[in-house]
Write a protein that binds this ligand. Structure first.
Ligand SMILES: Cc1cc2nc3c(=O)[nH]c(=O)nc-3n(C[C@H](O)[C@H](O)[C@H](O)COP(=O)(O)OP(=O)(O)OC[C@H]3O[C@@H](n4cnc5c(N)ncnc54)[C@H](O)[C@@H]3O)c2cc1C
Length: 383
């Protein structure tokens, strides 16, 4: 495994960094405090080509020589340094919506749904979580009943859906046969505007305020048979495999948040003078900064390794679980230490330290809580 970045990987990283510096950084405080999801800014981000980093040219992607999974992950990490909310908006579109269509879709589905997601003209989302089906996703209560004409009628709801209400394309999971448990769950591709498909409550969140999290409501939504993703009854497997990839994106998001928190803390420690010298001159502070750096570097290796395994087509479920858990725990610890180094100013929303800490927390929760990552890893260890 070699993390000497290729020119192309560096290009993707620089592209995201440039967008972060010029387009995200100037307004992040305002957008975060006011909870602004900026459609125009997202459209601009989607137009950059990051969404196509690892997809083939025939689907509008960068192609074999144009990029890979690590290129995409590097871009997510860079974006998260400037705006963690925007990074998950992108990651939900690519990892959770485009990827399963790419992996499990028919050529017709790829033509119709994957291409616009990859080209960045449409936004995607992934609807698995329900009020009574969180960690235990097998408890799906959304049902899809097959009609005589081959269509399905969907009824139920999904909560906490990233990009809900703004996305054009949704991967939605529903029970087609309750008696079969996990094997009775089927994945469908839904489109914004389908009759009976509406949006409910918008979440008022602790962090990632620049992303939107919304309830999806299905009331007799008629879904054509050609919108079924994969085979009937294979939805649970599709959901789990999709989340494997998503976890690398969350790991990258966590890395970006941690790196931003560290950079801010380093800068602040050089400027803030107490007892006649800058904070960084106190060994307890400089060692704290060094320890934050060490944790970040360790997490980076795990995240990049999982990305490389996915790119190589090798198994990466456990590596993604490990990377997601370690990176998100590092983000939480590092961002909390950064607040400590900022002292009272760290607790104030006038400085970015508080935002990093609020944003870090979600990386321990979504796309499988960190307890789930332990279950995945323990399961593999004890197989
Ligand atoms: C901002 C945000 C965005 C989200 N985006 C999406 C999205 O786009 N699509 C989507 O489908 N979902 C999304 N989610 C949902 C998210 O994935 C779930 O919240 C998460 O999976 C946990 O489910 P839950 O909230 O129901 O918690 P619960 O499942 O009720 O868990 C509560 C606690 O119990 C622990 N726990 C549960 N079972 C066990 C067990 N067997 N052993 C040990 N501990 C256990 C959990 O780890 C957790 O700490 C999002 C959530 C948030 C907050």
């Amino acid at each position: 495994m070699d993390f000497n970045l290729t020119e192309v990987q560096q290009d993707f990283m620089n592209l995201a960094r440039d967008f972060g510096e010029k387009r995200l950084a100037p307004t992040i405080m305002e957008r975060d405090h006011q909870g602004i999801y900026d459609d125009a800014l997202i459209a601009e981000l989607l137009s950059l080509g990051i969404t196509g980093a690892y997809f083939e040219e025939k689907y509008g992607g960068a192609g074999d020589d144009g990029g890979d999974v690590l290129s995409y992950i590097l871009a997510v990490e860079e974006l998260a340094k400037y705006d963690a909310g925007v990074s998950i908006t992108l990651s939900a579109t690519v990892s959770l919506c485009a990827n399963p269509i790419w992996q499990f879709g028919t050529e017709e589905q790829k033509e119709k749904f994957l291409v616009p997601l990859v080209e960045g003209t449409k936004l995607g989302a992934f609807g698995l979580t329900e009020p009574n089906a969180g960690t235990d996703a097998s408890g799906q209560q959304t049902v899809a009943v097959k009609n005589d004409d081959g269509t399905y009628t969907l009824n139920g709801s999904k909560i906490f859906i990233t990009n809900g209400g703004h996305a054009d394309i949704y991967i939605v999971f529903a029970m087609t046969d309750k008696s079969k448990g996990n094997h009775g769950i089927t994945a469908f591709i839904l489109e914004d505007g389908m009759p009976g498909f509406t949006y409910g409550k918008k979440e008022d969140k602790m962090g990632i305020h620049t992303s939107v999290t919304m309830e999806l409501v299905f009331q007799d939504v008629k879904v054509p048979a050609e919108n079924m993703l994969g085979e009937e009854g294979k939805g649970f497997k599709i959901a789990m495999m999709t989340l494997d990839g998503g976890r690398i994106g969350v790991g990258a998001q966590a890395l970006g948040i941690a790196e931003a928190a560290l950079a801010d803390a380093v800068e602040y420690s050089k400027q803030r003078v107490q007892f006649g010298k800058p904070l960084c001159k106190f060994q307890s502070v400089s060692f704290k900064l060094a320890d934050m750096k060490m944790q970040i570097e360790a997490a980076r290796n795990l995240v990049y390794k999982a990305a490389c395994l996915k790119q190589e087509g090798k198994p990466f479920t456990v590596e993604a679980a490990i990377a997601k858990r370690v990176a998100s725990d590092v983000a939480m610890r590092v961002s909390t230490e950064a607040v400590q180094i900022f002292g009272g100013y760290g607790y104030s929303e006038e400085y970015p330290a508080a935002r990093h800490m609020r944003d870090a927390k979600i990386t321990q929760i979504y796309e499988g809580t960190n307890e789930v990552q332990l279950m995945v890893t323990a399961g593999a260890l004890l197989r």
